[in-house]
Design a protein around this ligand. Structure first.
Ligand SMILES: Cc1ncc(C[n+]2csc(CCOP(=O)(O)OP(=O)(O)O)c2C)c(N)n1
Ligand SMILES: [Mg+2]
Length: 515
């Protein structure tokens, strides 16, 4: 028998015992016993997000960096609903998250109080595992099960009625959750070997943890032996890049370009990424980016991808280390001159980003050149918008900075997207997080203007213009108002000076880049 504790304390104690160290929260009355338990049970640090999308995006960034879950603590259905957009991005990223949602006391719920909502329906849309606790005696075990489930690379949502949180018991099944083994997917080594040896031009497309150092280097061994090309999925969750690693191109965003690029290959092997499809359906264009005549093989997914790549490299008899000739050399672009353009922004960042930086890239159309220019930078991590749901960047930067306090975090951030979750700047300021936010201030939803043109639609109508124009946003005032030292730059020289300064000082900074 253990100590008599409140259910909320059993939950927190169990989560801490399972390795959970941080909680990103925006709580309400139904979560207050859990809030109190974060103080009576040692081991977890709480961070306030001023909108639930900040909490969930931060949990995503944290989980992408460390491969283990943060806890969220959100208020009922409305709180979860506010957080779902970034949980969607986390689901696409395969991020482990222990997502805790308060619920009304079981005896109160039937009276349909104003905040009551169908929480399970919301939870289902993003969670690989979800459960509503059935009693205080179960809470510790439920938390352990949830954390174990999250470690498969998914969101595990635990919905906890308030009476279960404040009821007391001695034992709540903490020992129940055991980290589950990865699902053993059968890996089609023979087929992969024969396709790679068939003489047809082959590409290995990497995703998930396959884009981290170990996976990249095993893929480079395979390339060394077979001569296949390597490519990254279009929106990596956490990709390692830079000198000493193979410099992969990303599968292009627009389907006509992606189809053309992939059309050069007879063989497409996928590791840690699903079969590539177009982001949207376009008239007369197929959803799949792979043609009927092409051989496509799914090697492995989920968290077993690094091991699958190593085993495939070994099975093929690839050399123990890759040919150094296919690894990027340390090579930075020269600092350009003149006004800020998309190409210049990319060059400045690629030439100044420090070793070990974490770059959270939600720059949309303004980042187009940065990726190409940064392949020879000192090694760094790149986190992107996996699920296309805007407002990831600033919160994700919070989570990455909490996860890796010794690494500088740089958020290359489109302006329209930043407006969804700009409250994250306040958390960065309050916590003194080392995040430099580079706002790409093009004052519009530029990609929508591009898509309108592609569809042959006018962007000049009054309503259309109203829906894609963002003029009038003053980022320096926003940043300062939320406690982040902020300044505005117009030229390459100003940007370089401002970025150097921001990187040399602790704590958050915001730089509005007027493009
Ligand atoms: C949650 C959400 N709402 C709306 C959209 C639709 N959408 C896609 S791109 C975009 C505009 C992005 O503008 P910005 O972030 O400024 O990047 P830019 O296109 O200017 O580079 C919008 C509104 C979306 N993807 N996700
Ligand atoms: Mg914009």
């Amino acid at each position: 028998m253990g100590n008599v504790l409140m259910g909320s304390e059993h939950l927190v104690k169990s989560a801490v015992a399972s390795g959970v160290e941080v909680c990103f929260s925006n709580p309400g009355t139904t979560e207050l016993p859990l809030v109190a338990a974060l103080d009576t049970v040692p081991g977890m640090r709480a961070y306030l997000g001023l909108f639930e999308g900040v909490c969930t995006g931060a949990a995503d960034g944290y989980g992408r960096m460390l491969g283990k879950p943060a806890m969220t603590l959100l208020h009922l259905g409305p709180g979860l609903a506010n957080g779902i957009s970034n949980l969607h991005n986390a689901r696409r990223a395969g991020t482990p998250i222990f997502n805790v949602i308060g619920e009304h006391a079981t005896w109160h719920l039937p009276s349909d109080p104003p905040l009551a909502m169908d929480i399970e329906s919301l939870a289902k849309s993003v969670s690989g595992w979800h459960h509503t606790s059935s009693s205080v005696e179960e809470l510790g075990g439920d938390a352990a099960d949830a954390v174990a489930a999250s470690l498969k690379g998914q969101i595990a949502t635990l919905i906890v009625p308030q009476d279960h949180q404040w009821n007391k018991c001695a034992d709540s099944g903490i020992e129940r959750g055991k980290p589950e083994a990865f699902d053993e997917e059968p890996i089609p080594f023979e087929r992969a070997t024969s396709l790679l040896g068939s003489g047809g031009k082959a590409v290995l497309i990497l995703g998930g943890t396959g884009l981290q150092k170990e996976g990249l280097l095993h893929a480079a061994r395979i390339k060394t032996l077979t001569g296949c090309d390597l490519m990254a999925e279009p929106f990596p969750a956490h990709m390692h890049r830079g000198a000493g690693l193979p410099n992969l191109r990303r599968l292009p965003y627009f389907p006509e370009t992606a189809i053309k690029v992939l059309g050069a290959y007879q063989v497409v092997i996928l590791a840690g990424t699903p079969e590539p499809v177009a982001f949207f359906g376009y008239k007369g264009m197929s959803s799949s980016l792979i043609g009927d005549g092409q051989e496509c093989l799914h090697l492995a997914g989920g968290r077993g991808v690094q091991m699958a790549l190593r085993n495939l490299a070994d099975a093929l008899g690839a050399p123990a280390s890759p040919d150094p000739g296919i690894l990027a050399q340390l090579e930075r672009p020269a600092l350009p001159e003149g006004p800020l353009t998309v190409a210049h922004i990319g060059a400045v960042l690629a030439s100044l980003q420090p070793e070990g930086a974490v770059v959270v890239d939600e720059s949309n159309t303004s980042g187009a050149q940065y990726f190409k220019l940064s392949g020879g930078a000192p090694q760094f991590s790149l986190l992107t918008l996996t699920g296309g749901s805007l407002g990831l960047g600033p919160p994700c930067a919070v989570g990455a900075a909490v996860a890796c306090p010794d690494r500088p975090v740089i958020n290359l951030q489109a302006d329209g997207s930043a407006m969804y979750t700009l409250q994250a700047l306040w958390t960065q300021a309050r916590e003194g997080l080392d995040v430099t936010t580079l706002i790409c201030a093009n004052h519009g939803y530029n990609i929508l203007k591009v898509e309108l043109a592609r569809a042959g639609l006018s962007a000049d109508g009054g309503n259309t213009a109203a829906l894609v124009d963002l003029s009038g946003i003053d980022w320096v005032s926003i940043g300062r108002g939320l406690g982040v030292p902020s300044e505005s730059v117009r030229t390459v020289r100003e940007l370089a000076a401002s970025l150097k300064r921001a990187l040399s000082e602790d704590g958050p900074h915001l730089i509005e880049m007027l493009i």
